[in-house]
Design a protein around this ligand. Structure first.
Ligand SMILES: [Zn+2]
Length: 302
């Protein structure tokens, strides 16, 4: 199961490239995750139609007719994953990754607003041409080194692939849990928010039952940064706070790392590092969530 076959940034702004890249994940996704499910869930996982639409927006939804995801989802994860790989450290808030990430999330938020008012969208720089403020971010040469390093390339592709996989699992979760049978307007916002948490839990359980290590998925991280920052936002939304979902994701990842014997043997000598990093990420997400829950409106800068 390998996402795409060459560097996505060689194809900047080519929506067709990302459409094909996202489509290329689907057959391997079904082979990886469907066979270990209960028989009823397995049938759904193997046969639910998955449609990839030519749209730059981050879009993923489930209905009775199947699942729809956008090509833009591949583009967004591709950009973020390069930032992650080049930073060499996903856990340090002062590093290059966060600098790029903050810039990128800002563009996406602004463009969401602009699209609503029918204004032209602002282009986003890729990691390859992002100038950055700190010295390590100014070295675009890192990107070229990474591009030619088979290990880093593989890591980057896996990060994108696992991000798309988590989104697909989440949407299949809505189908198997029969959330799609309800008319959205007929249920309370609170119940709709519960649906999202249930779909996340189902997704993580499905991943735990497979050999695939989904802990590197950036989907919860992306959602955690984008969806809401106050209790008021959540009260009026059909989605939970992104940071609540992120904290829950890390809780489940840690559980899988500790209780699933496959992970220990898979990760070998990296096991302890991965465990420590996810513990730290969980601590930060929970810390941020508790700040928001007690009325704060921003995550503490650590
Ligand atoms: Zn959902």
């Amino acid at each position: 199961m390998v996402y795409g076959s060459k560097s996505a940034f060689a194809q900047v702004a080519d929506l067709g490239f990302y459409e094909n890249a996202v489509k290329s994940v689907i057959p391997g996704f079904r082979r990886e995750f469907c066979p270990n499910l209960s028989s009823a869930d397995r049938v759904i996982c193997e046969t639910v139609p998955i449609k990839v639409v030519r749209n730059w927006a981050f879009l993923a939804s489930a209905s009775e007719g199947g699942i729809t995801i956008s090509a833009g989802l591949g583009y967004i994860f591709d950009s973020l994953s390069w930032g992650y790989v080049l930073s060499g450290d996903g856990g340090n808030s002062n590093d290059c990754f966060y600098e790029y990430f903050t810039y990128y999330i800002g563009i996406i938020s602004a463009n969401t607003e602009r699209a609503r008012h029918n204004l032209p969208l602002m282009p986003a720089m890729s990691v390859a041409n992002f100038p950055g403020q700190s010295p390590e971010c100014r070295k675009n040469v890192h990107y070229n080194i990474a591009l030619n390093d088979p290990y880093m390339r593989e890591f980057q592709l896996k990060t994108v692939e696992s991000s798309i996989s988590f989104v697909l699992l989440h949407e299949i979760g809505h189908v198997v849990k029969r959330h799609v049978a309800f008319e959205k307007s007929s249920i309370s916002l609170q119940r709709l928010r519960e649906f999202e948490m249930e779909a996340d839990v189902w997704a993580m359980q499905a991943a735990s039952n497979s050999k695939y290590n989904i802990s590197g998925s950036m989907a919860p991280f992306f959602i955690g940064s984008l969806q809401g920052g106050t209790m008021d936002w959540e009260k009026n939304s059909d989605h939970p706070l992104g940071i609540r979902r992120l904290a829950n994701f890390y809780r489940m990842v840690l559980d899988d790392l500790i209780k699933n014997p496959v992970r220990r043997s898979q990760l070998g000598s990296h096991y302890q590092d991965v465990l420590d990093e996810n513990r730290e990420l969980k601590r930060r997400a929970e810390n941020c969530l508790s700040v928001v829950q007690s009325g704060g409106d921003a995550c503490p800068d650590e």
